[in-house]
Design a protein around this ligand. Structure first.
Ligand SMILES: NC(=O)c1ccc[n+]([C@@H]2O[C@H](COP(=O)([O-])OP(=O)(O)OC[C@H]3O[C@@H](n4cnc5c(N)ncnc54)[C@H](OP(=O)(O)O)[C@@H]3O)[C@@H](O)[C@H]2O)c1
Length: 389
């Protein structure tokens, strides 16, 4: 009898559990319908930090725009080296930012949050600099970090702009104060940041020289305006690089390598030159008399990161870039280089491709169908008028 009772009780508990799960499912359905929109979205998730295979596409809550923010339907996003560090647990997002990886996006304005100006409207095609959250179907972004998608550009092409170009613009103009006629040394000259820096250097009337990892990458940088450069796999690059400056040295060194290049950088930098440190791909440690060079040559050594800058700094940077540089994409003066486009489901492969240094320019993740499309020019003209106001 006791045994029968236990069986009946267990069946009852199971039925209650099934009922609760069903209820929860249908309640969620009711909530979704009541909202008039889905409350979840597909996004890249991780259950643990580590290699590329720790990432997969799962279902998460769709973000809601806060005060002064916009919700974007993400058409495409791009892969950055910083994403690989975040994936491994070495580069957590700034406080208050999305935990989802992804520093940039192109897409369409879905909701304009409270407290925004009337610059951007629902349906506008945009590109955005993010502190996180790009590897997802939707993301929120402060309005000041939006830019119009350049006319004639697809969403895939637009996704190649924000992080690389704004970083390069910041390095050259906000931090390095590049001047006409300056010799500028650009390491990783065929990377996303590197190819943007080459073109922005030329636009500033300065002379870009690169270091890269293959003859093909050197050719890509030269095609976009570098006067020449050195292949880092052929031994020390310093003598080859200095020849392009007639031995005078570089007024500005854009350094994302650091440790393994420090001695050559110390030789490369000119008297009164500026050395901008913005990543540590060659390590963070040095062992030698760096300070002697800094003192003798009166070098300004400055470190910088974009992601952790204040909202006001990013707004100023983006505003200046929008006015001075964004029109040059539509006119054809500035070109984006896209190494490869992966569907979001293949996010792990996209990170492996990047970590094997196979990319010349940007790696794009296509998030929604239609990312290769170009929006209607008429729609963009109306938007442009509002942004120009
Ligand atoms: N501080 C900031 O605000 C900021 C913002 C954006 C990016 N970054 C950093 O800037 C760097 C470039 O970014 P990205 O997204 O343009 O990179 P990317 O497209 O991933 O390209 C990086 C390239 O650097 C070269 N490289 C890799 N390891 C190297 C090493 N140990 N020594 C010398 N060169 C090496 C490789 O090119 P080759 O095959 O040509 O050698 C590689 O393809 C990254 O380190 C990134 O984290 C910093």
């Amino acid at each position: 009898m006791a045994c029968l009772w236990r069986t009946a009780a267990a069946s009852f508990s199971f039925c209650v559990l099934v009922l609760l799960v069903c209820c929860a499912g249908s309640c969620e359905g009711v909530l979704n319908m009541a909202d008039g929109a889905a409350t979840t979205m597909r996004a890249v998730v991780q259950t643990e930090t580590g290699g590329p295979q720790t990432m997969s596409v799962g279902s998460v809550s769709r973000p809601k725009p806060g005060q002064g923010e916009v919700l974007i339907k993400v058409m495409a996003t791009a892969v950055n080296r910083a994403d690989t560090l975040q994936r491994q647990g070495w580069y957590p997002p700034p406080a208050g930012s999305s935990e989802i990886i992804g520093l940039e996006a192109s897409g369409v304005v879905e909701i304009v949050g409270e407290g925004c100006s009337s610059k951007f409207k629902v349906g506008d095609p945009v590109i955005a600099l993010l502190a996180g959250g790009g590897y997802a179907e939707y993301c929120t972004v402060p309005e000041g970090q939006l830019m119009p998608l350049p006319s004639g550009f697809s969403f895939v092409e637009g996704a190649a702009i924000p992080e690389g170009w704004l970083t390069a613009y910041q390095l050259l103009h906000f931090v390095g104060s590049v001047k006409k006629g300056d010799y500028v040394l650009i390491h990783a000259g065929a990377s996303g940041v590197g190819l943007a820096a080459v073109q922005l250097t030329v636009a500033a009337g300065a002379i870009p020289v690169v270091t890269v990892g293959s003859p093909e990458k050197l050719a890509s940088a030269v095609a976009l305006g570098a006067v020449g450069g050195a292949n880092r796999h052929e031994g020390p690059w310093i003598d080859t690089a200095l020849k392009f400056t007639d031995g005078k040295g570089f007024n500005l060194v854009l350094d994302c390598v650091a440790g393994s290049y420090w001695e050559q950088n110390a030789q490369a930098v000119a008297l009164d030159g500026t050395w901008v440190l913005y990543a540590l791909m060659g390590g963070a440690d040095i062992d030698g008399p760096l300070f002697r060079t800094l003192l003798k040559k009166r070098v300004t050594l400055v470190g910088t990161t974009l992601r952790t800058r204040s909202l006001d700094y990013k707004r100023r940077l983006i505003s200046q870039f929008t006015q001075t540089s964004l029109p040059k994409f539509s006119s054809g003066q500035f070109k984006v280089s896209i190494a490869k486009v992966f569907p979001l489901d293949q996010v792990a492969d996209s990170h492996t491709f990047l970590e094997e240094n196979k990319n010349t320019g940007k790696i794009i993740l296509q998030v929604h169908d239609g990312a290769q499309d170009k929006p209607q020019p008429q729609q963009q003209q109306q938007q442009q008028q509002r942004v120009d106001l």
